[in-house]
Ligand binder design. Structure first.
Ligand code: NI
Ligand code: MN
Length: 247
């Protein structure tokens, strides 16, 4: 699988995408849900501290699974309360699983980068993310990660908080995501220029941007970001908080 990074025309080598739809709901920052095979997967719950997500009723959110990319507050703030209320199974790094167990969340599945596991909704493969992962109380959250999630119906990639990294070249060898959910806010993660390069490494033309505008360091110009992706033949979607889109 020799893939040259940053080569224009690279996407020609990616097989045609299946015309399937995935239901994506955005809850602000990097929190979103995806429905797969009748199961609701909630990612990186950070709602109650996010003023921009004030309209989202965190006490009414349901989930069958909660996936946590890393231990930072802006990805885990509401994980304990939602997991306890819903009984959703939490999928996260081993260290985060232990931390949740110590806080009364027992329905957890520990994983680590490089590993994959078949769940009822599909296969989760934990991918490398270049970031850090300290939990809110200073505990070690293990390795930060992203997820490649595949079922017969859909394949998508959520990178988690990460820099652009050449490890992303491995992803097309594991599956062809029809959608990539990538941070675009810069400063703490890749910015939108690097996210467009990441999309090309992953071999995905449809990108949903996350991890932007929530606080000062990560405010971006939406039109510039969308235009940058368009110039590269890519589509950047920035759904409103609270909205559901089919992709
Ligand atoms: Ni982070
Ligand atoms: Mn973050």
């Amino acid at each position: 699988m020799a893939i040259t990074p940053f080569t224009p025309g690279f996407l020609h080598r990616i097989p045609n995408y299946k015309a399937v739809y995935m239901r994506f709901t955005y809850y602000g920052h990097s929190c979103f849900s995806v429905s797969m095979k009748g199961k609701k997967l909630l990612f990186d719950p950070f709602i109650s501290p996010n003023e921009q997500a004030a309209a989202i009723k965190v006490d009414e959110l349901n989930a069958d699974f909660i996936l946590i990319s890393h231990g930072h507050e802006d990805h885990i703030a509401d994980a304990v309360s939602i997991a306890q209320r819903t009984g959703a199974k939490v999928i996260a790094a081993y260290e985060i699983h232990s931390w949740l167990n110590a806080r009364g969340v027992s329905n957890t599945h520990p994983m680590n980068t490089g590993g994959k596991w078949n769940f009822e909704f599909g296969t989760v493969r934990c991918t490398v993310a270049q970031h850090s992962s300290t939990l809110p109380d200073g505990s070690n959250g293990g390795q930060p990660m992203g997820f490649l999630i595949s079922s017969e119906d859909a394949t998508f990639y959520y990178s988690g908080d990460t820099a652009l990294t050449l490890d992303m070249q491995l992803i097309p060898g594991w599956g062809s995501p029809s959608v990539a959910i990538l941070p675009i806010g810069d400063n703490f993660t890749m910015g939108y220029e690097d996210a467009a390069e990441a999309a090309m490494l992953v071999g995905c033309k449809k990108i949903i941007g996350v991890h932007y505008d929530t606080f000062g360091y990560i405010r971006i110009d939406h039109d510039k970001a969308i235009g940058h992706f368009r110039q590269k033949g890519l589509e950047l979607l920035l759904p409103d908080i609270g909205s559901t889109i089919e992709v």
